[in-house]
Design a protein around this ligand. Sequence first.
Ligand SMILES: CC(=O)N[C@H]1[C@@H](OP(=O)(O)OP(=O)(O)OC[C@H]2O[C@@H](n3ccc(=O)[nH]c3=O)[C@H](O)[C@@H]2O)O[C@H](CO)[C@@H](O)[C@@H]1O[C@H](C)C(=O)N[C@@H](C)C(=O)N[C@H](CCC(=O)O)C(=O)O
Ligand SMILES: Nc1ncnc2c1ncn2[C@@H]1O[C@H](COP(=O)(O)OP(=O)(O)OP(=O)(O)O)[C@@H](O)[C@H]1O
Ligand SMILES: N[C@H](CCC[C@H](N)C(=O)O)C(=O)O
Ligand SMILES: [Mg+2]
Length: 493
Amino acid sequence: MLFGELLEAVEVCATAGDPAVPVKGIAYDSRQVEPGFLFVAVKGFKADGHEYINEAIKNGAVAVVTQREADLPPGLAWALTPDTRLALALLAARFYGYPSSKMKMIGITGTNGKTTTTNLVAAVLSAAGQKTGLIGTIHNRIGDRILPVKHTTPESLDLQRLLADMAAEGVGTCIMEVSSHALALHRVAGCEFDVAVFTNFTQDHLDFHENMEDYLETKLGLFKSLALPGVKKQGKYAVVNIDDARAAEFIRSAGVPVYTYGIESQADVRAEGIEVSARGVNFTARGRWGSCPLKLKITGLFNVYNTLAAFAVTAALGIPANTIRDTLEATGGVAGRFELVDKGQDFAVIVDYAHTPDGLENILKTAVQITRGRLITVFGCGGDRDRTKRPLMGQIAAKYSDFVIITSDNPRTEDPLGIIDEIENGLKPAANECRYTVEPDRRKAIRAAVKAARPGDVVVIAGKGHEDYQIIGTRKFPFDDRLEAAQALEELK
Ligand SMILES: CC(=O)N[C@H]1[C@@H](OP(=O)(O)OP(=O)(O)OC[C@H]2O[C@@H](n3ccc(=O)[nH]c3=O)[C@H](O)[C@@H]2O)O[C@H](CO)[C@@H](O)[C@@H]1O[C@H](C)C(=O)N[C@@H](C)C(=O)N[C@H](CCC(=O)O)C(=O)O
Ligand SMILES: Nc1ncnc2c1ncn2[C@@H]1O[C@H](COP(=O)(O)OP(=O)(O)OP(=O)(O)O)[C@@H](O)[C@H]1O
Ligand SMILES: N[C@H](CCC[C@H](N)C(=O)O)C(=O)O
Ligand SMILES: [Mg+2]
């Protein structure tokens, strides 16, 4: 494609050089530039792509897009645009032929439950015979092909390339998690969504968003994109958790038909007669799509919500009720979400990805419901992330647990003991009935919890779920809570 043709997709303030230069590929990282590429310079949080323009040219860039004047070799094809992050997304969408318009796009946003809900929706649509694509925290998938991931929602260029691969391989529906980082950083600009789903809105990412209102406004962006002027609305709809305190804002923002789900309030589909146990949850999904009794292999009230969301999304697409029911009943949990580690011991060990106050509260509430003895909780908080959630998570751990071991999550570049102190600040005043201890070494903390467990107890190891690494400083070390717990259980024998 010619540079000038690509530029039709973006707002251009100034240009130089030959617009007829052919562009063979696009890169936002100078190290990824190949001969014939367009380099888009992005001013980031750590580095500034404008500083790497010379390196990009050395690697073969034939055109450059910047958001400020730059010292460029004479004659080089160049364009100035107000926001290169946004331009990157729009250029990529055009370069790859607007792949999102070639399939049905289901975008799922919310603080918690995105990964679980995307997996449930994808399972139902696949069972209904559709070729699906999946984009999310654990992996991306095209049909049966699993692809590794760096982020929950990929960078715009990588996303458009992935969607183009999906379209080329005949994917009919793509189900993707849309993180608030992605919305704020324009990773999904140039993507046309047909369905938007809202799971819930609670505190997270206050290191990145100025405050909760800013975080909310960002998430609403997905819903507002459904009915932007000039966008066709045919067949589009939104699915909203009506029990969430901020549901009304999502409903107002949608501008397309909205289907609601919930437990507490009247909804298009509502769960009734809920019975939660360690190994599953039973309930009836009742509403505009009839009455559907469900016996799920996943458990917890929060998974009732995730299941209702998947039910509404797929029922509104016209998938037959028996396919929805059979698939939801057959689908196991997502890796690292309420995953039981069972070595035949007489107490339960659960590994879960709860890393927000709400996530932790949900998982511990469920654990309290199923324990026949005490609840022992091992958790920490990630470094270089929202600090204000640490004392809140400490308080919640104390509220529900009999014994807490505060440990390290991914400390990243922070002092692990500093993070633990902030958790302890919330935990200590709330620890009336609850004992607690500090063990910064996560391996030792898991061993101590397993050793302390008595018959009937439940041990919850929260925060890292499916992660098979621990980030200390800027290095990633192999570490898997599930393997550590299994090893600790073997050592008990
Ligand atoms: C805050 C954030 O999201 N930052 C993301 C952002 O980084 P950035 O733009 O600030 O990059 P930077 O390192 O400052 O570099 C600026 C530019 O210079 C370029 N550069 C840099 C060096 C060089 O030699 N040459 C060069 O061209 C870089 O490629 C980049 O274009 O763009 C990068 C490229 O896509 C991302 O890798 C990076 O993710 C960081 C590592 C990250 O940890 N992100 C997390 C917080 C995240 O995105 N999480 C969400 C939400 C998860 C959830 O829901 O809980 C997710 O979707 O995963
Ligand atoms: N609907 C829900 N409401 C509240 N908490 C939930 C819900 N679903 C899952 N959780 C909790 O949040 C954790 C993460 O779930 P999941 O991975 O599905 O969410 P996510 O939104 O994809 O998270 P991330 O933002 O990291 O991508 C789970 O391990 C569980 O503890
Ligand atoms: N996607 C989330 C995951 C947090 C998981 C937790 N283990 C941590 O490292 O903080 C984030 O990047 O904030
Ligand atoms: Mg996720």
